[in-house]
Write a protein that binds this ligand. Structure first.
Ligand code: ADP
Length: 270
């Protein structure tokens, strides 16, 4: 009953025009849908048991049995791992939601990106201060974007978290939000170790990590950049990454111009 989907590939021919080859991708699309639904359902089902386990762990940590140092340190480890699983489940659900559909205009509103960036930087202040990082910002405060809050929150948070995480102490991270002639751009540039060319292609794949051990120690689910990419693509935008080993990495999220909204600073204050 599924509609048959044919995808055409156009090949230019030397002088006789073009050749178009169609192949039936119905089955591939169906399997992809099954995969997406499966991941979304499993993640959803894992939510409640994890909440229950975490709740009981917290109770135990507050109870007299936690007076024993050995017991309390084991309970804390269990709590940490439960939190890690919860972040994984939430990230998998975000990804499933973003893959499922393009942005819905009914859920979109004018977002003040400059303010969102400042808020995110505030929540990341402990890491910034600890590493004595300098944060340079060049944000167009009047430039808003018509989008879903959750998407832009994920994009900003994940890019800034990574830049801060993968930049050594005493260096600089810069953030720009601007309108260019062709598009709207969010640019997050770090002065970290950079990413080698062979990894760059795969960096937005789910769970892909350049250095597995290091990334796991640093926390994070390995889903951050997959989420960023999908969130940008929901708006027909694209994510660009440029990196030089030893110098740093620049992530640029490009959004179409028609999403621009002006946000006069005076109305933002009221
Ligand atoms: P993670 O949770 O591991 O940070 P991400 O999807 O956010 O997962 O990133 C995938 C991998 O890309 C990371 O494990 C890291 O190896 C690499 N990476 C991401 N951002 C940067 C960056 N700014 N500088 C260097 N490497 C990065």
């Amino acid at each position: 009953d599924a509609q048959q989907i044919l995808e055409g590939m156009r090949y230019p021919l030397a002088d006789a025009g073009a050749l178009v080859i169609f192949r039936d991708v119905t089955r591939i699309r169906q399997l992809e849908q099954v995969r997406q639904d499966f991941v979304a359902n499993v993640s959803h089902e894992l939510r409640s048991p994890l909440t229950v386990v975490r709740g009981f762990l917290e109770n135990m940590l507050d109870s007299p049995i936690a007076a024993d140092d050995e017991v309390s340190s084991q309970l804390r480890l269990m709590e940490q791992q439960t939190l890690r699983m919860q972040s994984l489940v939430e990230d998998l659900l975000s990804l499933a939601r973003m893959e499922a559909a393009e942005a819905n205009p009914e859920h979109c509103e004018t977002l003040m990106i400059a303010a969102m960036i400042h808020n995110t930087l505030d929540t990341l202040a402990p890491a910034i201060v600890q590493k004595r990082l300098q944060i340079d910002t060049a944000l167009d405060g009047d430039l808003g974007i018509f989008a879903e809050t959750i998407d832009l929150t994920s994009i900003i948070r994940n890019l800034l978290e990574n830049a801060i995480k993968y930049t050594p102490a005493d260096r600089t991270v810069s953030v720009r939000w601007e309108r260019r002639s062709g598009d709207l751009r969010l640019v997050v540039q770090d002065t970290g170790d950079g990413i080698a060319a062979e990894h760059l292609q795969r960096i937005t794949e789910r769970f892909y990590r350049v250095d597995k051990g290091r990334s796991r120690r640093m926390g994070g689910t390995g889903l951050g950049l997959a989420i960023v990419r999908h969130a940008v693509e929901r708006y027909q935008g694209y994510l660009e990454v440029a990196s030089e080993v030893g110098k740093g990495t620049t992530f640029t999220a490009h959004f179409p111009l028609h999403l621009a909204r002006s946000f006069p600073s005076d109305s933002a204050v009221s």
